[in-house]
Design a protein around this ligand. Structure first.
Ligand code: ADP
Length: 232
């Protein structure tokens, strides 16, 4: 399991959203930390193969991430995920399974198993429009796991969650990181503190820190403030 970003630059018209980014990810939880506009979503979209780099390449175990094969091992939760408000949680997972081309019987079993693991089994027959933000995000996570991915990419998954939901979420992420590459982006330090095995900080499209929390040399919140000041 090796996800490699090599000298990746992404230019939009006359703006470099990512500027010569390189790193290799292995199993574990990796926090991608940066203020709004730092370039996190752009990088994640490229790492999912849905956006092409202007320069450089991204491979998973040697396979380019634009290849179909990679889709089978990838689970992606975009920031603006559409939830189909009138679907029940169970219907939604079954529908997503069909979209992902997964087998019907396995899908039912898998959906139930995932609803249990994200704590939504008792809500499985409830319509999504009745769900809290945290419940929707947990359903979003369940959806990314339907195909039993090895690489899980979550774009600002804790946006809009209350503190209790954040804790619940962190526990799910930590569990997933035991067997998979889990990359999650955030601008909130406490989301990845303690659970990230590695932290990559990006600012103005460049990696400004890549290491373990303790290597930041000080409290992570203070470290982040040094880099970004009051930026959100
Ligand atoms: P983040 O996820 O960290 O908030 P983004 O990757 O969304 O950062 O954005 C990085 C920079 O690229 C920002 O300045 C943003 O305005 C710009 N950007 C993002 N998407 C586009 C686009 N489709 N066209 C032009 N500029 C974009």
């Amino acid at each position: 399991m090796e996800l490699t970003v090599r000298n990746v630059t992404k230019e939009y018209k006359n703006k470099k959203a990512n500027d010569n980014i390189s790193f290799t990810l292995h199993k574990g939880v990796i926090g991608l930390l940066g203020a709004n506009g730092a370039g996190k979503s752009t990088l994640m979209r490229m790492m999912c193969g849905i956006l092409s780099p202007t320069e450089g390449d991204i491979t998973y175990d040697g396979i380019d991430v634009s290849k179909e094969e990679y889709r089978n091992v990838l689970g992606y939760l975009p920031q603006d995920f559409g939830y189909y408000p009138d679907f029940t949680a169970m219907d939604f997972l079954m529908y997503m399974s069909a979209l992902k081309g997964l087998d019907n019987i396995d899908s039912k079993k898998k959906s139930i198993e995932l609803l249990k693991s994200v704590g939504l089994f008792d809500n499985r027959k409830q319509k999504i429009k009745t769900f809290s933000g945290g419940m929707k995000q947990r359903l979003g996570i369940a959806q990314t796991l339907l195909n039993e991915p090895e690489v899980i990419i979550l774009d600002e998954p804790t946006a809009g969650l209350d503190p209790k939901e954040r804790v619940r979420f962190r526990n799910i992420i930590a569990e997933l990181g035991k067997d998979n590459i889990v990359l999650l982006s955030t601008h909130i330090v406490s989301d990845i503190e303690k659970i990230a095995d590695r932290i990559i900080v990006i600012k103005d499209g460049r990696v400004v820190f890549d290491g373990k929390e303790e290597e930041a040399g000080k409290d992570l919140e203070a470290f982040y403030l040094d880099i970004f000041g009051g930026e959100e």
